[in-house]
Design a protein around this ligand. Structure first.
Ligand code: GDP
Ligand code: MN
Length: 361
């Protein structure tokens, strides 16, 4: 999950990295009360989760006399289709130079990858493309407590030594917060020392609980609902809804759909021992995806009882056709319930998928 700039800065601040003085506001009026304690020159930053925010008009300079007006302007903007609900108002830094620092997981080497560049700021993507050698790299295994001094030296090159401790502090944040990415761009030198002018932090979704984060804001309403029900759920782009039990069976259903030329709308594993209500919730959830034209239910009755599954499907009462493959415990009872209601139940998994693909063509 991505953390917004002001939250990320708070984390950096706690780790000993200097961050700008600032306040978070939710309306332009809130700024009025803060004005006396703010310096003459400020920068207003939309707290939106989009890349290239500055270039898209999400970072505005102001002084005390026009700060409230500027805040009104910023709150009225859409930054890359995202409305501005919170604005971070900070002291405007007297920047000597902008550097780039990021720490991420490199999946190919299974190590932590630290990147540093002398040319930080809003053009870093261009630098990466046109002059990749300008971005220095260092890798280390996650078991290291600190970034070794020789690595810090290599990363910094001729950049001021005072930037060194920030690399280590950001590394500590990265480890402690179970981050997938920790980035400071720009990390700036000022007459007052080194300051993190921007901050980005992505927490591994698998660690949210451990990190005390109860709501994953990056999830859609539907994905959040799926999480609440305890389903493994991933939204895809196709038209055929998929419900299975067990990741393997559900994945092979997706594969078959692709094989026969269809496109799956989702992956949903209801898990073992699915009762009527659980199946009903799954069917309704998948049915609520606007692109879904038909749903394939592929459930194997082990602990799961097929008659419970059938009742769940029927009680969901959805408008799209549901094509069902049921096998295992109480299969006869389940099939009878469904056939009485006119559901299609081809004999094999292949046939079930073929019917769904035909329907959605
Ligand atoms: P981003 O576009 O979302 O990465 O937003 P940043 O917070 O990185 O700001 C974009 C650019 O605005 C920075 O690279 C700086 O050049 C400039 N900027 C941001 N804060 C300040 C500041 O306090 N003082 C000055 N002079 N420039 C700033
Ligand atoms: Mn930035």
């Amino acid at each position: 999950m991505k953390i917004l700039e002001y939250e990320a800065k708070k984390v950096l601040g706690e780790s000993g990295i200097t961050i700008p003085e600032g306040v978070l506001i939710r309306t332009p009026d809130e700024l009025t009360a803060h004005l006396p304690s703010l310096p003459d020159n400020v920068v207003l930053k939309a707290q939106v989760d989009v890349g290239g925010r500055g270039k898209a008009g999400g970072v505005l300079m102001a002084d005390k006399t026009n700060a409230v007006e500027t805040a009104k302007d910023l709150f009225s903007r859409m930054i890359k289709n995202t409305p501005v609900k919170e604005v971070l108002v900070e002291e405007r830094l007297d920047i000597i130079h902008e550097y780039y620092l990021s720490i991420a997981i490199d999946r190919s080497t299974r190590q932590v990858l630290i990147l540093f560049a002398d040319a930080g700021g809003v053009e870093i993507e261009k630098v990466a493309k046109e002059d990749p050698a300008a971005i220095r790299r260092a890798s280390l295994p996650l078991i290291m407590h600190d970034v070794p001094a020789f690595m810090v030296r290599d990363l910094l090159g001729n950049a001021p030594k005072e930037l060194g401790p920030v690399i280590n502090r950001l590394y500590h944040v990265f480890v402690k917060k179970d981050a997938l990415l920790a980035e400071i761009n720009p990390l700036v030198t000022t007459p007052r020392g080194v300051i993190a002018a921007d901050a980005k932090l992505i927490i591994d979704d698998n660690s949210l609980k451990r990190q005390g984060i109860t709501v994953n804001r990056d999830l859609s309403d539907r994905e959040r609902e799926a999480e609440r029900f305890g389903f493994s759920y991933v939204e895809l782009e196709g038209t055929i809804g998929v419900i299975g039990n067990g990741a393997g069976l559900t994945m092979s259903t997706l594969d078959l759909i692709e094989y026969y030329g269809g496109r799956a709308a989702n992956f949903l594993d209801v898990g073992g021992g699915a009762e009527q209500e659980r199946v009903m919730n799954a069917v309704r959830l998948v049915s609520s995806v606007p692109s879904v034209k038909a749903i394939v239910v592929n459930l194997l009755g082990g602990i799961t009882r097929c008659d419970e599954v059938a009742k769940g499907i029927i009680s969901a009462g959805i408008s799209q056709p549901v094509i069902v493959r049921l096998a295992g415990t109480n299969e006869e009872e389940g099939r009878k319930l469904l056939s009485d209601k006119g559901y299609q139940m081809p004999d094999t998994m292949e046939q079930v998928v073929k019917v769904a693909v035909e329907m959605t063509r």
